[in-house]
Design a protein around this ligand. Structure first.
Ligand SMILES: NC(=O)c1ccc[n+]([C@@H]2O[C@H](COP(=O)([O-])OP(=O)(O)OC[C@H]3O[C@@H](n4cnc5c(N)ncnc54)[C@H](OP(=O)(O)O)[C@@H]3O)[C@@H](O)[C@H]2O)c1
Length: 346
């Protein structure tokens, strides 16, 4: 049977993973585009990768908007969401209205996004849906509309997102959980078959540990790169004062995660020292995504990378003062810039 996959947010990450899945027999990939619609509808995507070479990928359907996708009336097995997670700007779960199927051929929503709490809007809107939560360390960029540059790394960790609401344990919920686990394994197998050898299936609990661990990296490097006026990760790790700061932020997150989740971080997860050692070795000059967004005048993923971790910890009576300072400063910097943009339009 053909597996139908819809990509919502066909930018760097969405189009890269889609291009790997597109190699598979019996798998049809479609995309909902936005600003890259004209280019993708005309020429598909072109992908360059040090690992997979240069190739093009033409989606089965290229939709200009969610309405076109709904009108196609396709039973989607997976809807992959890889928009930037900007809950302060838009609730992207609305895009999936009318596209998520219940019943025998149930749709799984796969969220490939950075941050914490990205699942909540989807769980609220589709309480019975299967939600798979994915964390990737890929480095990729859409350098012009429809042109995807894969730089390095492919690892993607995926686990079901199970509602922690009070009704778990009922037979209906258990049934949905079993389907979610199977659906998760199947999606990971598809990625592996598409050449993503380090796609890995996780339990719901362990996946949230992976999310927190990635927050340690993102919440330290991303805001600090902006607040230090455009530093690369490598330059920050090599500066003695910034090294202390980055390590302090990472350790704060890594110490808070087990208290929030009620379980220790696995021993195989890299320590702050190991992350910083590897950052010092990486001389590629890569800039964190928040810095790239700031430099191009775009909104940053502040809420899911900083705001949500702070709020989730606070619900457990825990404070993360280093994160809180970064969040407060950068949120105000963003607000000031947005206000300036508005007043310069008048
Ligand atoms: N890039 C990386 O190397 C990397 C690595 C790890 C994790 N991540 C995470 O992966 C997620 C995606 O990042 P990305 O770098 O792939 O971002 P990106 O290149 O900006 O791609 C996001 C895509 O979503 C589209 N989009 C946004 N809202 C939409 C809507 N309402 N309808 C249709 N399309 C919509 C955007 O279109 P427009 O161009 O019109 O805005 C863009 O094409 C983020 O959470 C990011 O933090 C990225």
């Amino acid at each position: 049977m053909t597996v139908n996959i819809l990509i919502v947010g066909a930018g760097a990450v969405g189009a890269f993973y889609a291009s790997r899945l597109a190699h598979l027999p019996n798998t049809q990939i479609s995309v909902i585009c936005r600003s890259n619609y004209t280019a993708v509808a005309a020429n598909g995507f072109s992908v360059t990768s040090p690992q997979y070479g240069s190739y093009t990928f033409t989606p089965q359907h290229t939709f200009a908007n969610p309405r076109e996708a709904r009108e196609a009336n396709i039973e989607w097995d997976y809807i992959v969401v890889s928009t930037k997670a900007l809950p302060d700007v838009s609730d992207d779960s609305v895009i999936l209205e009318g596209l998520v199927r219940d019943g025998n051929r149930r749709t799984a929503i796969v969220l490939i996004q950075n941050g914490l709490g990205v699942e909540s809007p989807y769980l609220s809107r589709f309480p019975n849906a299967i939600i798979l939560s994915a964390v990737t360390i890929v480095s990729a960029a859409q350098t012009s509309p429809g042109v995807i540059k894969h730089n390095r790394w492919t690892r993607i960790s995926i686990g079901p997102y199970l509602s922690s609401s009070g009704d778990s344990g009922t037979s209906t919920t258990e049934g949905v959980h079993k389907i979610a686990i199977k659906s998760n394994e199947r999606f990971v197998q598809l990625l592996q078959a598409g050449g993503i050898k380090d796609a890995e299936a996780y339990s719901a609990e362990k996946l949230q540990l992976v999310r927190w661990h990635k927050i340690a990296i993102n919440a330290s490097m991303n805001p600090s790169a902006v607040l230090s006026y455009g530093s690369t990760n490598n330059a920050m790790a090599k500066d003695p004062e910034l090294y202390c700061h980055l390590k302090g932020v990472m350790d704060e997150v890594l110490a808070t995660a087990p208290k929030v989740l009620g379980t220790q971080l696995p021993k195989e997860f890299a320590t702050s020292e190991a992350i910083l050692r590897s950052t010092m070795r990486n001389t590629s000059g890569s800039k964190p995504s928040m810095l790239l967004d700031w430099e191009s005048g775009k909104r940053m993923e502040l809420e899911v990378i900083l705001g949500n971790p702070i709020r989730i910890a606070r619900e457990k009576g825990l404070e993360m003062p280093r994160l809180q300072s970064l969040y407060a400063l950068l949120r105000m910097a963003q607000e000031n810039r947005e206000n300036q943009k508005q007043s310069s339009k008048i």
